[in-house]
Design a protein around this ligand. Structure first.
Ligand code: COA
Length: 331
């Protein structure tokens, strides 16, 4: 009897895009009562990118996707499936993935969105991995894109200093080689949903004059409580992911964490006893871009030559929902 070779999903290319406009901590000092020193010490953020009034999540996704397609030497019509992770999509209906499909002219592709907040890209990657392994699709475009600036309360200093806009994309396809996505892990706990949310705009509190007046369409976060849960959860997540794959932290070439807070990233690295030069950090330039954060970081790591063939890289994220997720990849 013929033994079927096991299929793996492999990331064959990456791309990313961030809007041109840079908002520095010093500029924020003119907008709310804050300081460059406070923001830098508490978060590690120095500046973030802000979309123009006309730019939407699908516009950012389009730029990142075009780059990933070019790097892979593929045309939009080669793509079978588009998964977009976002919590700041163009409209509640249709999905941002369908808008992106139209903009790209990816006629053949099925398309849908995933909402898992900052963990969204890794949730989407996990699904794409399963679709490849089951041979349902051959070429999948996975995108994380956010225009958080349009959901940010620019009068609330506890949140407005944290977020930024951007998009990252990857293309994955099947391989029979000993490389690719080794394992993905996705988790959630809805009990903590009130730590990080946008209260209005859904069926719970539909848009009304009152909801706008009460500023309920903006992101609300209990920052300190979220911080504590994030540190504990991510520490356990990275340790478990390595354990499940019988890998020692020293065998990791690069940790690509969600960029929410430098102190959270440092705590995760410390738990793995990883030196910080094995941890990818760009939070200083982008802030927290939610679902876009991990794919932007991955794209920059690849373009900077920090990911080489055969390297083990670990990606992880934590976000609203609550949700958390990881992916171990052999490049
Ligand atoms: N500038 C100056 N002071 C500020 C401020 C700002 N932008 N924002 C808050 N403060 C003040 C607070 O009002 C508080 O003052 P008080 O002690 O007089 O009440 C003080 O700074 C400390 O606030 P706190 O919220 O306890 O700070 P923190 O050390 O927890 O840092 C965050 C705040 C938001 C940076 C941090 O909690 C965080 O990163 N949280 C998690 C983010 C995350 O992981 N999100 C999930 C994924 S998206």
């Amino acid at each position: 009897m013929l033994r079927k070779r096991s299929l793996r999903a492999r990331i064959i290319s990456t791309g990313s895009y961030a809007p041109e406009k840079v908002l520095t901590n010093h500029a924020l000092e003119q907008m709310v009562e804050t300081s460059d020193e406070w923001i830098t010490e508490r978060t590690g953020i120095k500046e973030r990118r802000i979309a123009s009034p006309e730019q939407t999540a699908s516009d950012l996704a389009y730029e990142a996707s075009k780059q990933a397609l070019k790097t892979a030497g593929l045309k939009p019509k080669d793509i079978d499936l588009i998964i977009v992770a976002t919590v700041t999509g163009d409209t509640p209906l249709p999905s941002t993935a369908c808008v992106l499909q139209r903009k790209l002219g990816a006629k053949k592709a099925a398309a849908f969105d995933v909402n898992a907040a900052c963990s969204g890209f890794l949730y989407a990657l996990s699904m794409a991995d399963s679709f490849i392994k089951s041979s349902a699709f051959k070429k999948i475009l996975v995108v994380g894109t956010e225009v958080l600036s349009k959901f940010t309360d620019w009068k609330d200093r506890t949140t407005c200093v944290l977020f930024g806009d951007g998009a990252g994309a990857v293309i994955i396809e099947p391989t029979e080689e000993d490389r690719g996505i080794i394992s993905t892990h996705i988790y959630s706990d809805g009990e903590f949903g009130d730590l990080l949310l946008v209260p209005a705009g859904g069926s719970s509190i539909p848009a009304s004059e009152e909801s706008v007046k009460k500023r309920l369409h903006y992101i609300k976060m209990k920052g300190n409580e979220t911080f504590k849960v994030a540190v504990k959860t991510l520490e356990n997540l990275v340790v478990d992911t390595l354990k499940k794959n019988k890998l020692k932290p020293s065998e990791l070439s690069l940790l690509i964490p969600h960029q929410a807070n430098l102190r959270i990233i440092q705590a995760t690295a410390k738990r793995l006893k990883l030196p910080m030069d094995k941890v990818f950090i760009n939070i200083d330039r982008y802030g927290n871009t939610s679902a876009a954060s991990v794919p932007i970081a991955l794209d920059e790591a690849v373009r900077q030559g920090r990911v080489r063939d055969g390297d083990y890289i670990l990606m992880e994220a934590f976000g609203g929902g609550l949700t958390w997720a990881s992916a171990l990849v052999k490049w």
